[in-house]
Ligand binder design. Structure first.
Ligand code: GAL
Length: 753
């Protein structure tokens, strides 16, 4: 965080030096649904998140082909049950300085189909809500009214897309000579070499690059190449440098300055696997949708920093921005905190998955969207892989499938300075995607689920590597357990899925299956789990009132589910994990079996119930669930305390963990965590001994103290219909998280009976 502050200060002082060109965030806008009544808003803005959940919104009667449905059924909550469909309007005023010769607006993402007007005249449009684009304005000095008209069509998404100008907008003005937006192109072909190309408007007389390490200048050069002694960027050491690029006219007057952060790292994909800085590694990745829970789709760097921090603590080193182009802010945070990124372009091409989705525009727009994705993302050291699509229906078409796949890879190649940053797509139609030739033409063959086909893909592809582009889709609700514990993909519709982590979908599997695939096959280069966090929409397999997902390793409130520790036990080699489940408060199960699981990196463990040993369990290959978990399946419940002692391979104790039966709710405990300007308060309802009350559902009321405003609250229950932007909500299984903005620290929390 410190580095970031230093960099921002550096950045501001350089901008102040520039004579002409200026780039600033345009965050004050007005919003309207009808062009009659207007409200002041701050962009990024999501107009739907403050709405009430209602099954009416985007209610669909559809057959989801990729889920194997045989007939159309009513789908409610599929896209989050919030009012994102419809038209929206934004307006603001920009001031173009008197001597400007150039002015433009750069939109990082507008949901959706924005048309841009300047003083009433249309100056640009875009279709894809996840696409970034620049609109040039006539550079006439003075005030200009900028207006946007947006359209979100029903049935245009498979999840909650959000609505509005949900990402940043930059306003650029400059003289005749200037650096193009995304016009500084950085590549580090080797660990001690920097190659920079600069695309300009007009003809600069001279271009000078300065390299800074923090505030310290470590190099200056004209031309394209610089040799230096760099510290390398990696998830473990996300070292960043700053490149200041200045262009001068023939009188040596400074015309424009562009500041770009970069990291030096090498990547390589070969038959031997994936290498970062010469070291082989497998992706320990998660897929993330773009919404931020109670904050909706409005991008917020600090909320995303929290997501990344939670994922890193679990041991994840990479994120797939499923299924769309990441925001600039996401990339900056991944650079800064050390997360590798698979930047994904599309969820569909011309063949639709949703009636009104991107397929309406694909043929005419894909080249522009891919081009801007590459231009925007290419300087970020975090981006190590592209994806041209997710489960694209054309993968089974032996003409369109390979042809379009090759065309897109060629397009990316033509704009990406790094020839080693390769391209994948997630194929799900197996073996059709092998038969169509799509698997063979991909630089990185990628598959979603379908473990039995990994070997066939490997045999088929010249690349001789396979990526688990999307894995697991195990479903669970935090703190919900069902008996008897069964392994099933039969979709038990309790409204919840079991936190014993034994439920999956017919197309998917359990984390244990993916661990085994990764561990047993050298040519599998890693996995991206569906998903790191729960997201709004796609409540598969549960019907209304379910309206958010069950796939997350972490719930919508940012609270880890049990599964978090299963991944942590495999992914963190530097820190021990010992996690016991379920909770131990089962008044209705006295004398009945309550299986106990332990997720740990340890090799064996002994479980005690009120001091009585339940035996030692050791990880082994005897069944699917015993290789990566310790399980005591026959424990008979009695109130009290369960305790596990865990041993490593040599039999030495690595630690222990216990859980006790909770009494009635007595008070709340607050765990506050600050990320930049956001304060997250995780509330736990506990008994008089401090034990979590694992079923408590008390309503909790919030009030922000000095220098704070309340932003939102979530409890992680996909069935909860309480508004996420009002400062009162019921806890779910004893917990919830409230979010505040500002520099203050004091919050007032009240537990109602
Ligand atoms: C995949 C799809 C994801 C999500 C997931 C749920 O097939 O790519 O977007 O729908 O299934 O399991």
């Amino acid at each position: 965080m410190q580095t970031f502050k230093v960099l921002s200060v550096a950045l501001l002082s350089f901008l102040a030096l520039s004579v002409r060109a200026e780039k600033r965030l345009l965050s004050s806008w007005e919003f309207s649904h009808d062009k009659k009544s207007w409200t002041k808003v701050t962009v990024p803005h999501d107009w739907a998140i403050s709405g009430e959940f209602d099954p009416f919104y985007d209610r669909q009667v559809v057959r989801i082909i990729q889920d194997g449905e045989k007939e159309a059924t009513k789908k409610e909550g599929r896209t989050g049950a919030l009012p994102w469909v419809g038209k929206g309007y934004y307006r603001t005023v920009v001031e173009i300085p008197k001597d400007a010769k150039f002015a433009s607006l750069v939109f990082d993402g507008v949901m959706a189909e924005p048309q841009v007007f300047c003083d009433g005249k249309k100056v640009g449009e875009w279709k894809y809500g996840y696409g970034s684009f620049e609109v040039e304005l006539l550079a006439e000095a003075g005030s200009h009214l900028i207006e946007l008209e947006l359209l979100n069509r029903p049935q245009s998404s498979r999840w909650y897309p959000g609505s509005g100008i949900y990402r940043e907008v930059e306003f650029i003005t400059g003289g005749e000579i200037g650096i193009e937006n995304w016009g500084v192109i950085i590549h580090t072909p080797t660990k001690d070499e920097l190659v920079v190309k600069t695309e300009c408007r007009g003809k600069p007389f001279k271009t000078v690059h300065t390299i800074l390490d923090g505030m310290k200048e470590i190099g200056k050069f004209e031309g394209e190449r610089f040799k230096g002694d760099f510290e390398l960027w990696s998830p473990e050491n996300p070292k960043l440098y700053t490149l200041k690029t200045e262009v001068f006219d023939k009188d040596l007057k400074l015309c424009d300055t562009s500041i770009n952060r970069f990291g030096v790292r090498t990547i390589k994909y070969s038959k031997d696997g994936f290498f970062l800085n010469g070291k082989k590694r497998k992706f320990k990745g998660v897929c993330l949708h773009h919404d931020l829970g109670a904050l909706g789709a409005a991008f917020d760097r600090d909320a995303f920093r929290r997501q990344v921090a939670i994922m890193k603590e679990m041991g994840a080193d990479s994120i797939r921005t499923s299924h769309n182009i990441p925001s600039k802010g996401q990339l900056e945070v991944c650079d800064e905190m050390g997360m590798m990124v698979m930047a994904e372009a599309f969820d569909s091409w011309a063949e639709p998955k949703c009636k009104n989705g991107y397929s309406l525009f694909f043929n005419e727009w894909w080249e522009r969207d891919i081009a801007n994705m590459v231009r925007k993302c290419r300087n970020h050291p975090s981006v190590v892989m592209w994806s041209i699509g997710n489960e694209i229906p054309e993968q089974i078409d032996s003409v369109k499938g390979p042809n379009l796949s090759m065309a897109m890879q060629r397009k990316i190649r033509s704009l990406d300075p790094d020839p080693e940053r390769k391209c994948t797509q997630g194929c799900d139609r197996m073996p059709a995607a092998i038969e169509s030739g799509v698997n063979r033409v991909m630089e990185i063959p990628g598959v979603t689920y379908r473990l039995p086909y990994y070997k066939a893909m490997y045999d088929d592809t010249p690349a001789k590597i396979v990526l688990g582009a999307e894995t697991a889709s195990t479903i669970s609700s935090r703190g919900e357990y069902f008996f008897p514990v069964i392994e099933t993909n039969a979709w038990l519709r309790h409204g919840h899925s079991s936190s014993y982590d034994t439920e999956w979908c017919w197309w998917s599997n359990l984390p244990d299956d993916d661990f085994a695939m990764q561990d047993d096959n050298n040519w599998v280069i890693g996995q991206f789990v569906w998903t790191g966090f729960d997201y709004l929409g796609e409540p598969t397999p549960h019907p209304w009132p379910a309206h958010s997902s069950y796939f997350g390793i972490v719930d919508l409130a940012g609270i880890p589910k049990d599964r978090y520790y299963l991944y942590r036990s495999q992914w963190r080699k530097d820190s021990d994990t010992i996690h016991l489940l379920p909770h131990w408060t089962w008044p209705e199960r006295i004398g009945k079996v309550v299986p106990v699981y332990c997720y740990t990196n340890g090799e064996s463990g002994e479980l005690f119930v009120n001091g009585k040993s339940q035996g030692i369990r050791k990880k082994d290959n005897s069944s699917r669930l015993d290789r990566y978990r310790l399980r005591w399946n026959d424990v008979v419940y009695e109130p009290g305390t369960i305790r596990v002692v865990v041993y490593d391979k040599k039999g030495a104790v690595i630690g222990e963990k216990s859980i006790s039966t909770a009494l009635d709710p007595d008070r709340i405990e607050i765990r506050k965590e600050r990320f930049g300007n956001l304060l997250f308060a995780e509330i736990s309802i506990v008994d008089s001994f401090g034990n979590l009350c694992p079923r408590a559902a008390n309503k909790i009321k919030f009030r922000a103290g000095k220098d704070l405003v309340f932003k939102g609250v979530a409890n992680g229950n996909p069935l909860c219909l309480e508004n996420m932007t009002k400062p009162i909500m019921s806890a779910f299984n004893g917990k919830l998280t409230a979010i505040f903005e500002g520099s203050g620290t004091e919050i007032f929390v009240e537990m109602l009976k």
